[in-house]
Design a protein around this ligand. Sequence first.
Ligand code: PMP
Length: 429
Amino acid sequence: MTDNPDKLTERRRRSLGPAYRHFYSRPLYLTRGEGVWLFDNDGRKYLDCYNNVASVGHCHPHVVAALHRQASTLNTHTRYLHHAVVEYAEMLAATLPGDLSVCMFVCTGSEANDLAYQIARAVTGNDGAITTEGAYHGNSTLVAELSPDSGRSHPAPDFIVDVEAPYTYRGSFAADHPDVDTAYADLVDGAIATLRERGKAPAMMIIDNIFDAHGILTPGPAYHRSVYAKVRAAGGLIVADEVQSGLCRLGDHYWAFEDAGVIPDIVTMGKPLGDGHPLAVVATTPDIAAAFAKTQHYFNTFGGNPVSATVGKAVLEVVADEDILANVGETGRYLKAGLVELASRHELIGEVRGKGLFLGAELVTDRIDRTPAEDAVHRILERMREAGVLIASTGIHGNVLKFRPPMVFRQQHADLVLAALDEALAETV
Ligand code: PMP
């Protein structure tokens, strides 16, 4: 039943406590979704240019029907045999390159990254972990420590070392550096040396392939290749965190690491897999899975239940049937070109970044000093909401506008976003 938004906000504050945040100064009360559209309690329509969890569109009928069918039939867990979970694991493995053919099921990206570390530690015999400054990998106690700017209690535990992310707009090496990818990758040598000084070696390095929390970064293939080689030479595994960047999001491949032609040892996936249903996965090789199983059994009450697996299968079916990958590529290029065009007219935009339907526009008060324009971002988000378009912000300074819509977003939707943004930028000088 819908309620007055002010009253509901107050009830929420009392019943959920103060740790939760809203996106907008006046909380948005959404009551229905369909494709790329969301509707509020007054029936007002919003174009969703932000929510990646609704990967194939809000309430996709094929996914909803599959969920309903399985939920009406049986839901148990992975201690009984069920065809759907095996079929889903096989389908997911078929989208992955190399030897990545074993899937272990969890419910959230945080759990996936937590399990990835447990596996890496068991398999390598090391306990060191390398993460990137500015990263967010989740909210379990361990994974929060791997999330330097958002979750960590300071100082970091001694088995975790941070390395600077390849942020060419603000970092140690600028985009015009003659070998910028190698320069950033070489910083991993320092992280490995720090672990060694502490008597440790890496069990893993974890990499968010779109560096979302850093402000959306796309280093070249040489960065990934070099980092993979260094970590492996030091005895560690590579964990590719595809929770944000996975499932066709970048438009050329199912998984973002494929852009660099590399194959990680462990892949963690979450958000988009269930089109809104909580479903997350750790994929790895048979050898790594076998080495882990020597010391540990694994069970997750909800992870890999027949309903979740059926939903995951339905999402993969939609991705294939509706040629989502091609749409992400085409619409992503169109939206990015539109953002670049806006940057040519609006000084506030310092840099446009990203790929596929995962794009960022970093706002600065001036282009020489590159002072982060955080206030302008807030004003723009509010204005866009008033114009009926939902986007959000990211980045270590919170000054990067983030465009990451359901992947059924088309050119006509991109036009609406660009027109609303053009007006919002013009009004926000
Ligand atoms: N990894 C990345 C890159 C993320 O962005 C997030 C969530 N924002 C997570 C992991 C954690 O996922 P979850 O919220 O499902 O635990």
